[in-house]
Design a protein around this ligand. Structure first.
Ligand code: PLP
Length: 432
């Protein structure tokens, strides 16, 4: 598959180059040149396919011929080493739990898949690739863990000192091996600025191969299609009009769902469930897309003021507003509403959700008022314990730490403190 830049000012490129570059030279996001429907029989017989087989069918056209089939199957098998259960909340609403991976966030799948693709592309290359990422919390852990032990790839993570939760810090700083955590005296934006500066610094990029691992990378974005197929496999015998409510920030996850739909997966409708960062909700109301600075909320992985993947959604619908609107509904909710939803899920259904999932649940409830015949699945994008302070305040009960989290809490933190860009540069150059 070839990929073109959505800014249309860069040459088309292979899957391999799109993965290694991340962003096109004209700063556009990459998008596949074609999308071929999967055969009807595949959906009719989906019960006979394993998750690994389903994932392979879904993604192979986007990867071929750069990764041979046998290697792709191996990558998928290593990526999907945990479960994706659908749990019924009530007769009309279910949740798809995407938090059973090593860092208990749905980003584990994209990070693991991308890491292994990069490892494959780099295996005959004597030059190491360095993945440089800035994190405000969740992404860093999934990326670090996904790349842990992948040969030929080194990961350097910048995080703001004192601004991530204890659990998140442990997930970043206790891995060792090919993962280094740089603890920045500053806020998230300082981390991000340093990373951007490094990508433009010729004294660095002439000496080492630097790449990024955020959700704009096609190898992180596309494997998120799998979730929707897995949910469909679990639900299609009981329910007809399946609707997904996706807690959205950068809109990568929901956009991957729309790609699954383009492959022929029978998805009735999408709901983008947002916190108070409501650029897309407003766009669907007013037809005006107006990015704005993000506001802080309790569902902080969705605090995005200009969702980077929205241009891909526009491309899927060929920039046709009406076509998009007939397939996508968007709602926005306050923190107060989100807390009420957390309580309701716990009191009425004995379900402990996280703040992002709770926003998704609210989206389902509102959509079902107008469309009572649908079955709505909200994506649970993180485990509740990752947001303990919010959850325990609402539920007032101690939650037992899952084993993935308990295991890192006992490990010793190791980080390198830096304050200014020069220190990042010195670190990178000294590591070659
Ligand atoms: C990243 C993230 C989201 C938002 O996903 P996008 O693909 O950016 O829309 C939602 N919930 C959690 C827990 C996340 O980490």
């Amino acid at each position: 598959m070839n990929y073109y830049s959505l800014n249309k000012k860069a040459p088309t490129t292979s899957f391999k180059d799109a993965v290694i570059k991340g962003l096109a030279p004209d700063k556009g996001l990459y998008f596949p040149e074609s999308i071929t429907l999967l055969p009807k029989s595949f959906f009719e017989e989906i019960d006979d396919f394993s998750y690994e087989e389903i994932a392979f069918e879904a993604i192979k056209q986007f990867v071929a011929p750069d990764i041979p089939e046998a290697e792709l199957k191996q990558i998928i098998s290593e990526t999907l080493s945990f479960d994706f259960p659908v749990v019924e909340i009530n007769k009309k609403i279910s949740t798809l739990e995407l938090f059973h991976g090593p860092t208990m966030a749905f980003k584990d799948v994209g990070a693991r898949f991308m890491a292994r693709c990069l490892g494959y592309f780099n295996k005959d290359n004597s030059r190491e690739v360095t993945v440089l990422v800035a994190t405000s919390g969740d992404t860093g852990g999934a990326v670090a863990n996904g790349f842990l032990g992948v040969e030929g790839v080194k990961v350097v993570i910048l995080y703001p000192s004192g601004k991530v939760s204890d659990i998140q810090e442990k997930q970043l700083t206790t891995l060792k091996k090919n993962i280094t955590a740089l603890e920045v005296d500053g806020v998230f934006d300082d981390c991000q600025d340093m990373v951007k500066q490094a990508f433009l610094d010729e004294s660095i990029i002439n000496k080492m191969q630097l790449t990024s691992a955020n959700s704009i990378n096609v190898a992180r974005w596309l494997p998120q299609m799998f979730y929707y197929f897995f949910a469909y496999k679990q639900l299609h015998n009981q329910h007809k009009d399946i609707v997904f409510s996706v807690p959205s920030g950068n809109f990568g996850n929901i956009c991957a769902g729309m790609m699954a739909q383009q492959l022929g997966l029978p998805i009735h409708h999408f709901i983008a469930s947002n916190n108070e960062n409501d650029v897309v909700t407003e766009y669907l109301k007013t037809k005006l897309y107006q990015p704005k600075p993000s506001v802080a909320t309790i569902s902080n992985a969705m605090d995005v003021g200009n969702p980077s993947n929205f241009v891909r959604i526009q491309e899927i619908f060929k920039n046709n507003f009406e076509a998009l609107k007939s397939n996508l509904t968007s709602y926005s909710y306050s923190d107060e509403k989100t807390r009420e939803a957390l309580k309701e899920l716990y009191n009425d259904y004995n379900y402990v959700a996280d703040p992002h999932g709770a926003v998704g649940y609210l989206g389902c409830k509102d959509y079902l008022k107008m469309n009572p015949n649908a079955h709505c699945v909200f994506l649970e994008t993180a485990h509740a314990t990752k947001f303990l302070d919010v959850i325990e305040d609402v539920i007032r009960e101690n939650i037992e730490l899952p084993e993935q989290i308990a295991a890192v809490m006992d490990k010793k933190k190791k980080s390198i403190k830096i304050g200014a860009y020069e220190e990042l540069k010195n670190y990178l150059l000294s590591s070659i």
